[in-house]
Design a protein around this ligand. Structure first.
Ligand SMILES: [Mn+2]
Length: 393
């Protein structure tokens, strides 16, 4: 059996102000070709199909056209999808009655039989001997009674696995979660720890009897706790500048005579992410670097650019000067990060009590101090006063 595992498509994402439909089209076109060439039997999409719980009509059309196309071109292909934390679980699984005729199943919501979790609904038959445990991103209320979220998730998978293995010698699994010990891209808002203050789910959720465990949520392709058969496929597009050095791919799993072999199929993303310079530098040096960028037309495959400038004072002309230098260059400016040299350890910690007592002016002045490492000038204080008065009128 040939399986393709992918996840975290985030269809409909806008990258700063730029939309990414073109990039997603290239990916889906490539994906359809791979499924044809490799004669894939099973496609697993492990959550975060859409970037938003309320996806645009265009993103939905793109997704359903893809499903129709690949299942029509490959009549023996089966598709199983689980909902991620970005998806609306109920919305994603709503078309199931229709998707059945396209060999496609979506698992989104945790259903109950009386007071009991209806585990059977997550056991999706693949063939007579094989099933897939298709588990969506689990929320606190979805879990069996346990001392912690992590234990609840582990218990959920353990109970599900026990039921499935009674009927199927080969069990595959799929989930959308943050496993502990996995590598998270620093500063990535789309894969932030989803439960406040929690490190991740202990890898005991993955029973060793499971032939392959397809995970979604973290955007970097990786194994979990050194286990070959428990993997994140990673996202097909980098979702933030923090992910610019990730290698994007999908994962192919071949299960033959009880043996599992795994291959990563690299995807060459159509738009590159550029972050200049490697470490923040003063504006004049940055401008020189930008001047060296190649001239050319700006098109929808021009790289997205992030610029990091080291600053000591507020310079309101900074953005203009950068845009002037970038004129005629084949890059799309996504963000400018102004970084001030701060001495770590000098940062004052604001407690919740301080926060409750602080006035808007005090908070703004504190923010200014942190960002610019300097006192806020009186002219700016006066402007802020006017704004606050206007806003609280
Ligand atoms: Mn996610």
């Amino acid at each position: 059996m040939r399986i393709i595992h992918t996840a975290d498509w985030h269809l409909g994402q806008t990258f700063y102000s730029f939309e990414r439909t073109g990039e997603h089209c290239v990916f889906l076109e490539w994906m359809a070709k791979i499924l044809n060439e490799r004669k894939t039997d099973l496609l697993l999409i492990a959550g975060d199909v859409f970037d938003s719980p309320n996806p645009s009509a265009e993103s939905q059309r793109m997704f359903y056209s893809f499903l129709t196309r690949v299942t029509t071109e490959n009549p023996s292909l089966k598709v199983i999808i689980t909902a991620g934390n970005h998806d609306s679980a109920a919305r994603l699984e709503a078309p199931n009655p229709l998707l059945q005729s396209f060999n496609t199943h979506v698992s989104g919501v945790v259903h109950y039989k009386g007071e009991q979790i209806d585990y059977e609904r997550f056991i999706i038959p693949v063939d007579e001997k094989t099933c897939c445990l298709a588990v969506p991103y689990l929320r606190h209320n979805d879990l069996p009674a346990a001392d912690s979220y992590s234990e609840g998730v582990a218990k959920f998978y353990a109970e599900l696995y026990e039921i499935a293995r009674r009927d199927y010698p080969t069990v595959l699994a799929m989930g959308h979660l943050q496993a502990s010990g996995a590598e998270v891209s620093v500063g990535d808002s789309s894969e932030h720890a989803i439960i406040g203050g929690m490190d991740g789910i202990d890898s005991s959720f993955a029973n060793d009897g499971i032939a392959y465990f397809a995970l979604g949520h973290l955007h970097k392709a990786q194994r979990v706790s050194g286990k070959e058969h428990v993997r994140y496929s990673g996202s097909p597009l980098p979702m933030s500048f923090a992910e610019r050095n990730n290698k994007q791919s999908i994962t192919e799993i071949l299960i033959e005579n009880g043996k599992t072999s795994i291959e990563k199929i690299p995807f060459d993303t159509p738009v590159k992410l550029l972050s200049l310079p490697d470490t923040p530098k003063p504006l004049d040096e940055v401008l020189k670097l930008l001047e060296a960028l190649p001239e050319g037309e700006i098109c929808n495959t021009s790289p997205f650019l992030e610029i990091k400038v080291l600053v000591t004072v507020v310079d309101p002309t900074m953005r203009n000067r950068i845009e002037e230098v970038l004129h005629g260059k084949s890059v799309r400016l996504a963000r400018i990060e102004a970084v001030s040299e701060k001495k770590e350890g000098e940062k004052r910690v604001i407690t919740y009590e301080d926060f409750k007592k602080a006035s808007p002016n005090e908070l703004i002045e504190e923010m200014y101090r942190r960002v610019w490492d300097n006192e806020m000038p009186d002219t700016l204080k006066d402007i802020m006063d006017d704004i606050i008065k206007e806003a609280t009128k």
